[in-house]
Design a protein around this ligand. Sequence first.
Ligand SMILES: [Zn+2]
Length: 98
Amino acid sequence: MTEVERAGVHKEHWGFNDEGQQEILLDPTPPARTQARLLIHEIIHGCYNATGDLANNAKLGEEDVCGYLDKQLTAVLLGNRWLFDVLEKAIHEDVRIV
Ligand SMILES: [Zn+2]
């Protein structure tokens, strides 16, 4: 993604998971709680795409999908100790993420 594309990402999406850069971009204009939801949404996209099995297998049921995603989300939380604090402040204290 070029810098121009990065700067304009919020015009087409409120959030974007740039997996090539391992970075999530968020629109800075929505309220904090909406930003928290968007961040969680983009993390879930990353978890989904990290499981090649999941993305390529339309026959998986809900429990299988949740089983894949719980492992991925747990890994995200293990690797990003700051994440709960950021979400807590956005959701309960109206502190914007970006
Ligand atoms: Zn989405």
